[in-house]
Structures are given as structure tokens and as C-alpha cells.
Design a protein around this ligand. Structure first.
Ligand code: NAD
Length: 734
């Protein structure tokens, strides 16, 4: 075997060690599964084997779960088959793991898992099919969980059946629905595992348990087994199920089938024996794997994101290098965040501001965040001290002599940024790269102040920096591939997801999110009630409503951008329809700046609660529509998602983004575009270009230029193309 070794000791205990070659972590691929099927059979039939201990040969992890790229490819192949044949084939393939694990737990020999490191998804499911689980108490990277639902799938290796039979439906839902990952101590407290011990002692302890328990059986295979907390028709158990259905609805608005199917697997599975339960689980798994949500979520949230996280957008011919030393100029809101995440990633940071006090204040932000981590026991004090010590607050520009990269985050002012660029470049080495965190100023223009414009790039962080995972790298006219590559080195090192976009007003994410806010304003102007707009937007899968979002980013910021755009490009270039007049009135007439002055589209009270402002009806041009003329939530959802997706398609058409993977991942991580769709372009691909264009044309006729599709999309519709078909892997937009 390639992935497992088996050594049987003098007592007849077979030690099965999972240790796949050439990968950083053990994962479950089709090949691994085939070997597992064969060793389960071998062990069951070998009389010399009296018991089994399963462990991993990796000190960091036991098994990280299924290899999703393999699963994705297999699905693509199956998609060509007729439905009935596809269902049958998929069910047979998917059931192999269930069959093997069921055979393992009923082989008549005691089986223990020595979980030496992280066990997630299918990794944890293997251990759940063991009679005893003992996990390392001294591995700081230890995590246990069933996170499948996070990428739109369900625990299909028996997890939905064994976990509730072990810890009760309520606790199992809690872990599975949100893909929670827990520590060994928490798993012990919940009853997911039986024991913890130092890593070095695991195998011996597991062997001792096997020796002492020759007749081991799973709880569910014992007579008089009762489901902890009660099954669906037990008076106590029924409460769980009554609660879970509305809870799922509240959290997912029916957009995420994985959560619903998990509920059905547990509800139906707990009413039958485990063998029938496993078949039920596999049937839902088969169905789920064919849903577009699963395909799209696996692709964007796992495969594409993982590839981008590793620097997948690096230009050809450029190799990766290390970023050890960074200077951040401007220790304000954004600069302080950049300094903190850089220090966390092991980078030495010089944090520069106009005076020492301002620089120190920026460092204090990192101290506060690290303090929170220590008090929540997520980090020890020594580590926090070491990270904080990496940040040197200063006013001295000569520190930039040592920097591999300089990130500028001073006020959004062209002249100031030009001055800073010159001052920094006087000190910087020739090979160092200068990145501007501007949110609105074109990079090509800013680079005019640079004597090395080829080393000048936009590094656009989102706020708050330590929470937002996306970073846009903005390529100016003269930005070199080398500069892109160094910026990628930086962003991947601080463990954020970089996408590479071209230089345009609003870049990619802000351009699209403006369309989201724009629809909020348009609907308000059309007389739709604000509560309906906000609720329907959340039902569409957006994290917050458009009015709420505008309050968060600050209305005065939107106002300033409107004024700047008007000054630069004239009144005709003003953003979309209703937006400008509403935002101008909010600032000039009402001084409502958003959350920052506790009044915007919402009123914010001191106890943290917010309520929609009751004077918003003034923005309904022809008055608020009577109740029976208010549009349906479905219509608002469509408007909101179409407007954003069309802007993303325009960005592809203009070459602002060139790879659908970057456009999709960027849309989810950058502005929270409904994750179940797999991103803005996957949303169009799933509807299909023909139907999408048809509906967009109808919306354009009634609701404005936001719905004018680019020629690219019309051409794709006429040729029956999709974004992934036309621009997928290695086929970048022109
Ligand atoms: P901020 O006002 O919080 O911080 C700016 C900092 O720059 C201040 O500490 C100021 O003292 C310092 N500064 C000013 N002149 C300086 C000089 N000559 N030398 C050194 N430091 C100087 O601003 P912010 O919100 O952190 O924004 C900074 C940049 O990031 C802007 O370009 C902004 O457009 C961009 N940005 C902001 C956000 C956001 O949400 N706030 C998001 C993305 C990008």
C-alpha cells in the first residue's frame, strides 16, 4: 500500500498508520479509500489480528478530510451521464466509505483511534467508526470537527449518523451546522472522544485499551441502545427538532441545502438502525453533490481560494520569495491593522507616522488585540510579547533602508501621498516595492510621483484589516510583474487572499459593492419600504442590508467620493441614479454620517441597538408604495444580485479582473456576495448566460442602467458559453 502501513505486534494488535507520501497532510482521495477498503477486509479476515489501532504517521495531523479537488473532478465527469445512471453511480461511489467504516466497526475486533493531530471531516469520521478514541493533549494544532457544511457538503462518511448517536442530536447539530472545530478537551467534555493523553503515549494507551476490551462494540450496536437526549419522537428529543428547523431557516434563509440535508439525515436516520441511517445519509449526499450550491461553494470557497492563498495569481516567470521586513507609513485605522497582521505573520514592522505619539497609538492597537487573545487563552503572554516586539513605532524614515516592502496608509490625499512616496524612495533599496493602500485614487496617477513606477503597486486592504480576508493588488500602467510577485509574497505571508486587478475607479470590489448600495437607494427612491429592502437583501444571502452597509462604511465617505468624482469627471459621471441625491441630502440637510455619528439610515442607541430612521420615506420620489403594491422579496433579491453580478461581468469585459476564480473569491471575501452562489460570476453561470441576459434586459427596461449587460455577456449567451468555460483556468480575459 502507498498510504497505509500495517505492523502487527506480538499480541496480535495491528497498528495501521496513515501516512500519504508527497502531500503536506493526509487527505481522503479515491486511492486512499480503495486502500482503506482493502485493509479493512484484510484485518477482518486475518485470524492472527486480535485488535486494531489506527494512527497517522504525521506529527501535525491525523487527516484533514476529503480531497475536494478529486471530488470536484469526479463530479464533472459524472455530469455528462443521464440522471438515473449518474445517481446510481454516484451513490455507489459515495457509499464505499460508509461500507468500509461499517465493516471496520463490526469486524468483531476492538478498534481504537490514536488521534495524534487534527482530524476533520472524513478524518474524524474514520475515528468515529472506531470503538475508542484517544487524542493528543499536547498538540497545539489539534482540531476536531465536521466542517463540511462550510463548503456546501455534508459529512457523508457516517458523521451525520454516528455523531448524534454519540453525543445527542442537539450537540451534533451544533458542531455540524456551523462546521465548528473543537479542541481535544472540548471533544472530551462533549463525549466525542474518550480520553486525552500526551502524543507520545497515544499508541501504547490505545493498544492497552484494545487488549483490555476484546469484545468492544459500538454503542449503537449494543442491545438497549438509546439515543442520548432522545430521538425525534422522544418527548425531549422532539424539542431539538422543533427548534432546529426554524433555526436553520433563520440562519440560511433556505439558501444553503447542506444544512437542511444534514437535518434530514439526522431526523430520518435516528428513526432507523445505523445501517439504514447510513444509506439515508448517502442518498442525501448523492443529491447534495449534484446541487449547484455545492459545486460552486467547493470551487470558490475551497479550491480557488486555496489556490489564490498560495499565490495562484503570480505572473508567469516570477518566483516566490520571503518578505521579512516591512515599513508601514501612516499608523491610523488601516496602517495599525496592517502592522498588526504583519507582525502576527512574523514580519518585522516599522510603523511610521508624523509624530511618535501617533506611531505609538498605532502600535497600541496591536497590543489591544494581542491582549484580547491572551485573555481568551488563544495565545500565551510570551508569544504575544514577541509579536508586539516586532513592531517599532517611529518617525524616522531611514528605517526604510531595511524594508522589503513599504505600505503607505496616510490620508486619502494625492499630494500627501506623492510627498510620502518621494521621502520613502530616498531611503528604500532598489529592489524594494512601494504599495499604496488608497481606496479611490488611481495607481497609475499616484505612481507618477515615483522614480521607480515599475516597483509601485496598489495593495488595497479592506477594513477592519485583521478581519477581512481579501486584499486587492492594483496593477498600474507601469507596475512590473516583479512588483506583483513581491506583493503576493507579502499578502500570502500574512495569510490573506490576494487577487490581482487592474487600475480603475473603485478597482473591483468597491465598484461592485457600489451597485449593491445603489440598488438599496434605487428601491428606496421607488417607494419600497426600507425594512423590506434590508430583509430581502439578507434573504438573498448578503451579510447586511445595503442601507446598513452604507451606514457602516460612512455616508460622508460616499458623499466625499461623489464630490471628488464630480470634480474630476463632471456631473454626468456621478454614481448611479438615486444614490447621489440621497447621500448628498443625508449629509448636507441632515448631518447623518452613519454609524460614526450614531445617525444614518439607522438610528444607533447607546445600548448597541439600531432602528431604521423613520424619516426615510422622504426619499421615495412618488411616495411610499401602498402595501399591496410593494414588490415581493424574490424580486428584490433578484435586483440586488443581478446588479452586482452584472458589474462583476463588466469588470471581466473590461479586463479589470481576468480570472473568474479571482472575481468569484473576491466577491465573497471582499463584500460578502451571497456565498452559496459561489460568487458573482458563478451566479451568472448557474443561471446560464441566455436566461441571465433575458432577465437582465427585462430589468433594464424598468429599473435602469445597472442592468445593462456588457457585450461580452451577450456574446457568451449567443455562443452558449459560461465564464468558467470561456475564461476558466489558464484562459484569462483579454
Ligand atoms: P486614518 O486617518 O485613520 O490614518 C491616516 C494616518 O496617516 C494618520 O495616523 C496620520 O497621522 C498619518 N499621516 C498623515 N500624514 C502623514 C505623514 N506625512 N507621514 C506619516 N503619517 C502620516 O486613515 P485610514 O482610514 O487608515 O486610511 C488610510 C488610507 O487607507 C487612505 O488612503 C484610505 O483611503 C485607505 N483605505 C481606508 C479604508 C477604510 O475603511 N478606512 C479602507 C481601505 C483603504
Amino acid at each position: 500500500m502507498k498510504h497505509f502501513t500495517i505492523e502487527t505486534d506480538k499480541d496480535g494488535i495491528a497498528l495501521v498508520t496513515f501516512n500519504s507520501p508527497d502531500v503536506t497532510m493526509n487527505v481522503l482521495s479515491a486511492e486512499v479509500l480503495a486502500e482503506m477498503v482493502s485493509w479493512v477486509e484484510q484485518i477482518g479476515s486475518d485470524e492472527a489480528v486480535k485488535g486494531v489501532v489506527i494512527t497517522s504517521g504525521r506529527d501535525n495531523a491525523f487527516c484533514a478530510g476529503a480531497e475536494l479537488s478529486g471530488l470536484g473532478n469526479a463530479m464533472a465527469d459524472l455530469a455528462k451521464l443521464p440522471a438515473e445512471e449518474r445517481n446510481a453511480k454516484l451513490y455507489t461511489e459515495l457509499f464505499k466509505m460508509n461500507a468500509a467504516l461499517r465493516a471496520l466497526e463490526t469486524c468483531g475486533k476492538p478498534v481504537a483511534a490514536a488521534i495524534n493531530g487534527l482530524a476533520l471531516g472524513g478524518g474524524l469520521e474514520i475515528t468515529l467508526a472506531c470503538h475508542y478514541r484517544i487524542a493528543a493533549s499536547d498538540n497545539t494544532k489539534m482540531k476536531l470537527g465536521l466542517p463540511e457544511a462550510m463548503v456546501g457538503v455534508l459529512p457523508g462518511g457516517g458523521g451525520t449518523q454516528r455523531l448524534p448517536r454519540l453525543i445527542g442530536a442537539m450537540n451534533a447539530f451544533d458542531l455540524m451546522m456551523q462546521g465548528k472545530m473543537i479542541t481535544a478537551d472540548k471533544a472530551l467534555a462533549l463525549g466525542v472522544i474518550h480520553e486525552t493523553a500526551p502524543g507520545a503515549e497515544l499508541v501504547e494507551k490505545a493498544k492497552a485499551w484494545v487488549k483490555a476490551n476484546p469484545d468492544a462494540k459500538q454503542p449503537w450496536d449494543q442491545e438497549k441502545f438509546k439515543i442520548p437526549g432522545g430521538g425525534p419522537y422522544h418527548p425531549a428529543g422532539a424539542q431539538t427538532f422543533m427548534g432546529v428547523a426554524p433555526m436553520i431557516r433563520k440562519n440560511t434563509y433556505g439558501n444553503y441545502p447542506a444544512q437542511r440535508y444534514i437535518m434530514s439525515c439526522v431526523y430520518e436516520g435516528l428513526q432507523v438502525d445505523i445501517d439504514a441511517g447510513l444509506r439515508i445519509e448517502c442518498r442525501y449526499f448523492t443529491k447534495l453533490m449534484q446541487r449547484p450550491e455545492s459545486r460552486n461553494m467547493i470551487r470558490s470557497l475551497f479550491l480557488s481560494k486555496q489556490s489564490l492563498d498560495k499565490g495562484g495569481a503570480r505572473p508567469a516567470g516570477q518566483s516566490s520569495g520571503e518578505i521579512k521586513n516591512v515599513a508601514v507609513i501612516g499608523a491610523g485605522f488601516m496602517g495599525a491593522g496592517v502592522a498588526y497582521v504583519s507582525a502576527m505573520a512574523g514580519i518585522e514592522v516599522a510603523l511610521v507616522d508624523v509624530d511618535q505619539a501617533a506611531a505609538e497609538k498605532g502600535k497600541a492597537f496591536a497590543a489591544g488585540e494581542l491582549g484580547k487573545r491572551v485573555s481568551r487563552k488563544k495565545m500565551d503572554q510570551a508569544k504575544a510579547d514577541a509579536i508586539l516586539a516586532r513592531i517599532t513605532p517611529t518617525t524616522d524614515y531611514t528605517v526604510m533602508k531595511d524594508a522589503d516592502l513599504v505600505v503607505e496608509a496616510v490620508f486619502e490625499n494625492r499630494e500627501l501621498k506623492a510627498k510620502i512616496t518621494k521621502m520613502a524612495e530616498e531611503q528604500m533599496q532598489e529592489t524594494a516595492v512601494f504599495g499604496s493602500n488608497t481606496s479611490t485614487l488611481p495607481i497609475t496617477g499616484l505612481a507618477e510621483a515615483s522614480k521607480r513606477p515599475e516597483n509601485f503597486i496598489g495593495i488595497h486592504f479592506f477594513s477592519p484589516v485583521h478581519k477581512m480576508m481579501l486584499v486587492e493588488l492594483i496593477v498600474g500602467e507601469k507596475t512590473s510583474d516583479y512588483a506583483i510577485s513581491r506583493a503576493l509574497d507579502f499578502v500570502t505571508k500574512i495569510r490573506k487572499t490576494p487577487i490581482v486587478v487592474s487600475d480603475t475607479r473603485g478597482f473591483y470590489a468597491n465598484r461592485c459593492v457600489m451597485r449593491y448600495i445603489g440598488q438599496g437607494m434605487a428601491l428606496l427612491a421607488e417607494g419600497v419600504t426600507p425594512a423590506l429592502i434590508e430583509n430581502a437583501a439578507r434573504m438573498a444571502g448578503m451579510p447586511v442590508g445595503p442601507l446598513s452597509l452604507q451606514d457602516e462604511v460612512a455616508i460622508d465617505l460616499g458623499y466625499k467620493i461623489i464630490k471628488q468624482t464630480e470634480a474630476d469627471l463632471g456631473p454626468d459621471a456621478l454614481p448611479m441614479g438615486a444614490t447621489a441625491p440621497i447621500l448628498i441630502a443625508m449629509i448636507e440637510k441632515h448631518d447623518r454620517k452613519g454609524r460614526k455619528n450614531s445617525k444614518g439610515f439607522y438610528n444607533y442607541s447607546k445600548d448597541g441597538k439600531k432602528r431604521l430612521w423613520d424619516k426615510l420615506d422622504q426619499f421615495a420620489i412618488n411616495g411610499v408604495l401602498p402595501e399591496d403594491e410593494q414588490p415581493t422579496p424574490a424580486y428584490i433579491k433578484e435586483r440586488i444580485l443581478y446588479a452586482q453580478a452584472i458589474e462583476a461581468a463588466r469588470c471581466m469585459a473590461e479586463g479589470i479582473v481576468q480570472d473568474p476564480r479571482e472575481a468569484d473569491v473576491g466577491s465573497i471575501l471582499g463584500w460578502g456576495f451571497a456565498p452559496y452562489t459561489g460568487g458573482a460570476l458563478s451566479y451568472i453561470d448557474t443561471i446560464g448566460a441566455v436566461d441571465f441576459v433575458k432577465r437582465a434586459d427585462e430589468l433594464a427596461a424598468t429599473s435602469g442602467e445597472a442592468f445593462d449587460v456588457p457585450d461580452l455577456l451577450r456574446e457568451m449567451a449567443s455562443k452558449g458559453e459560461s465564464f468558467y468555460g470561456r475564461f476558466g483556468k489558464d484562459k484569462k480575459a483579454a
